[in-house]
Design a protein around this ligand. Structure first.
Ligand code: HC1
Ligand code: SF4
Length: 568
């Protein structure tokens, strides 16, 4: 064998191997098109070019043999530029009728065009900002692709009560437009992304970070940490033909490791932590007389709604960050210190059912020690795409476990993913921590199910606590109006902007199954029932985290890392 350097790292590879074969062995990605492992290489397409130190021209990796001491670079600006140029040339002579093509969705060329984001060299016309709108970190509107079905208009108005779009008729074309054709980010849009989940085509999509994550995975010059939201594990399987509601937690963890993440942590761990902080905050408010109702704060689309439309309630929102925004900063402090890693060298990716989380991570309030707590958010759909692009056989992967110590969670955390779950989890803990005695029954069934607004009264040692739960923007707005008018009073209210809560998030797999949300909900409650520990304050890793690092709920460190503020 011979010794070669690939992107600064030494590798022993068989002598006689091509650079492409050597890179494959070293786990370094090189795009290919004309190459086939069972055919003689020709170097014809020049998509696999790389830089060899000392050589004037770029070399085709498929047709160049390694030599001892060779220094190869696969990711330089020069290489990237050449690959893109070569792909663009090929695209310019290729028809654009993928829609009716026999191999649509299974085409190597199409995959490369997507991966390198190659635009037509000779576009017919510039897209204007009213038909191409990338103002929002959460969604992209490319209305040239619109088929005028009106599903986005109806989802936004019927389900979310937001009415951001209406059909605007311009004579020759009708399109779902914002008021005055404003960029969507400048409207009252709350970034829930329901429009993107209901769009049958690609006219409204999440603002994708698939390419960015691919790039980070391939460069791999940072410690790559990923975390997964409660609602992803009962939905991701749908992208691979599993039944809605199938619990594929172990496969998801395995797929993330195969993609190349160094640590796979669970947002559910941080959901338990949120309960500790938020539950303690509620007990404090009971002691101090309010302000009531206390609203949950883990849904960023709800936070957007409150900031834009109901600023009078901002003082009522819990100051607790959402679970994934607690986990990010813990990775960059507690975990980094344990492992002796420079936090600047860690990249945290959150896999979320939610498009609003993309907008949430860039809030200035979420910077910790000058760094974002979470660096990139991928929706469940985007993770599905990434796994497909990497040809990982999801449905047949053997189960794997989360990494420790930020991977252990309880049944209380699992139910965060469904409407009523945060309330139920909070009550399980607030009751036992507040009253110092065990709950008579762990389930609070009154706050379960899909009624738009649910209420319950809980006997808190003689005091009757009134709680409510709303999900889906339209129901949320109804409830807020009732609270404002004084028609109803509550001590504690859970709000989730999406119908059914996060299982129905705007970033979840698209589905035409009428019962999809019920089935995902069943999956979530099954995880809770099967858990040996079902109360957040009994999570041993959470106890340890307080002992070793945070001291106690609402401590100084907790406030610094785990709590936030809102702006009018
Ligand atoms: Fe949710 Fe949450 S439950 S907000 O809905 O509090 O997205 O799943 O990850 O952070 O835990 C979403 C889901 C998610 C947070 C938690
Ligand atoms: Fe995101 Fe969940 Fe809120 Fe929907 S309900 S906007 S998925 S946090």
């Amino acid at each position: 064998s011979v010794l070669v350097e690939i992107n600064g790292k030494q590798h022993q590879v068989p002598s006689g191997a091509t650079i492409l074969e050597a890179c494959n062995l070293a786990g370094v990605y090189i795009p290919t098109l004309c190459n086939h492992p069972r055919l003689e290489p020709t170097g014809a397409c020049r998509v696999c070019v790389i830089e060899v130190e000392g050589a004037r021209n770029l070399q085709p990796a498929c047709a160049t043999k390694v030599q001892d001491g060779m220094k190869i670079k696969t990711k330089t600006d020069r290489v990237e530029k050449a690959v893109k140029f070569n792909l663009a040339l090929l695209l310019s002579r290729h028809p654009k009728d993928c829609m009716t093509c026999e191999v649509n969705g299974r085409c190597e060329f199409q995959d490369l065009i997507y991966r390198y984001d190659i635009q037509d060299l000779f576009p017919s016309e510039e897209k204007t900002s009213t038909v191409y709108d990338d103002s929002s970190p959460s969604i992209i509107r490319d209305l040239e692709k619109c088929v005028v079905c009106g599903r986005c208009v109806r989802a936004c108005s019927e389900l979310q009560g937001m009415d951001i779009y209406s059909m605007v008729d311009r004579g020759f074309e009708t399109l779902p437009q914002t008021a005055f054709e404003m960029p969507v980010y400048e409207t009252d849009c709350i970034a829930c992304g329901q429009c993107s989940a209901f769009c049958p085509v690609g006219a409204i999509t999440e603002n994708s970070n698939v390419r960015k994550v691919l790039e980070e995975l391939e460069r791999h010059d940072k410690v790559l940490v990923v975390q997964t939201a409660p609602a992803t594990r009962v939905a991701l399987g749908e992208e691979f033909g599993l039944e809605p509601g199938s619990i594929s937690t172990g496969k998801m963890v395995a797929a993330l490791r195969k993609l190349g993440f160094d640590y796979v942590f669970d947002t559910n761990f941080a959901a338990d932590l949120t309960i500790m902080e938020e539950g303690s905050e509620f007990l404090e408010r009971l002691k101090n007389g309010g302000p009531f109702p206390m609203f949950t704060s883990c849904c960023p689309a709800w936070v957007n709604m409150a900031e834009k439309l109901y600023p009078q309630f901002l003082k009522n929102l819990s100051s607790a960050k959402s679970p994934h925004q607690m986990l990010g900063p813990l990775v960059k402090t507690y975990f980094a210190k344990k492992k002796g890693i420079d936090p600047e060298n860690i990249l945290v990716v959150s896999i979320m059912p939610c498009t609003a989380k993309k907008d949430d991570i860039i809030r200035p309030q979420h910077m910790v020690n000058g760094m974002p707590g979470v660096d990139i958010v991928l929706t469940t759909r985007e993770l599905g795409k990434l796994i497909k692009m990497k040809k990982i056989p999801y449905a047949s992967l053997p189960d794997e476990e989360y990494d420790s110590p930020l991977g252990e969670s309880t049944g209380a955390a699992a139910i965060f993913g469904v409407t009523g779950g945060v309330m139920e989890a909070a009550l399980r803990t607030a009751y036992e921590l507040g009253l110092g005695k065990p709950l008579p029954k762990v389930e609070f069934t009154n706050v379960r199910g899909f009624d738009g607004i649910k209420e319950a009264t809980i006997d808190f040692d003689g005091k009757q606590l009134k709680v409510a739960v709303a999900h889906g923007g339209a129901n949320v707005r109804k409830l807020l109006d009732k609270i404002t008018s004084g028609e109803v009073y509550y001590d504690f209210v859970e709000i989730m902007a999406c119908p059914a809560g996060c299982i129905g998030g705007g970033g979840q797999p698209k589905s035409l199954d009428k019962n999809v949300l019920t089935r995902r909900m069943e999956g979530i409650y099954t995880i809770d029932e099967r858990s040996t520990i079902r109360k957040s304050h009994e999570n041993p890793s959470i106890k340890k985290l307080y002992e070793e690092f945070l001291e106690h709920p609402l401590s100084h460190v907790s406030h610094e890392l785990l709590h936030t503020t809102y702006v009018d």
